[in-house]
Write a protein that binds this ligand. Structure first.
Ligand code: HEC
Length: 123
């Protein structure tokens, strides 16, 4: 008798574990696209990168002033740089022309994302 009770318990635990596992896997599958950034376009990704790394000094939108008065707004950047070259510059590492500006280096994908975004805001 005892043996059967134990057996039942064991079987129940097994199916419980199985449904829990299914739930967890389903949850993972649902949350993956968002966290892996698969739904993000290059220019959206570029905007996030600039917002994280540059926005505390440069204006990164179509309007608005830079927080750092000497930092040019990015919507005017094509006046100083060819945006095709700019991605390459970002990959090689941007050397700051100003003591306040830290040096930056982007990988190829990020550099192209940044220049894709910059194209969308040029005036
Ligand atoms: C701490 C402030 C600060 C941060 C953060 C910063 N910059 Fe700058 N940046 C400046 C300043 C100030 C200048 C103006 C330099 C000068 O006039 O010589 C500048 C100039 C530039 C220029 C030259 C613009 C031109 O028209 O000559 C580029 C390009 C640039 N920054 C890109 C970036 C990028 C890309 C990031 C983020 C990855 C960034 N900066 C982050 C302060 C900053």
């Amino acid at each position: 008798m005892n043996y059967f009770l134990n057996m039942n318990y064991f079987l129940n635990m097994r199916s419980l574990t199985k449904s829990l596992l299914t739930l967890v896997l389903a949850g993972l599958a649902l949350s993956l696209p968002a966290s892996a950034g698969l739904a993000q376009s290059p220019s959206e990704r570029g905007r996030v990168l600039l917002s994280d790394n540059c926005a505390r000094c440069h204006a990164i939108g179509k309007t608005g002033k830079s927080s750092h008065e000497a930092a040019p707004p990015f919507r005017a950047i094509s006046e100083s740089f060819d945006l095709d070259d700019f991605a390459t510059r970002l990959e090689r590492g941007l050397t700051p022309g100003h003591p306040d500006m830290p040096a930056f280096k982007f990988n190829e994908e990020d550099a192209h994302a940044v220049s894709a975004y910059l194209r969308t805001i040029q005036e």
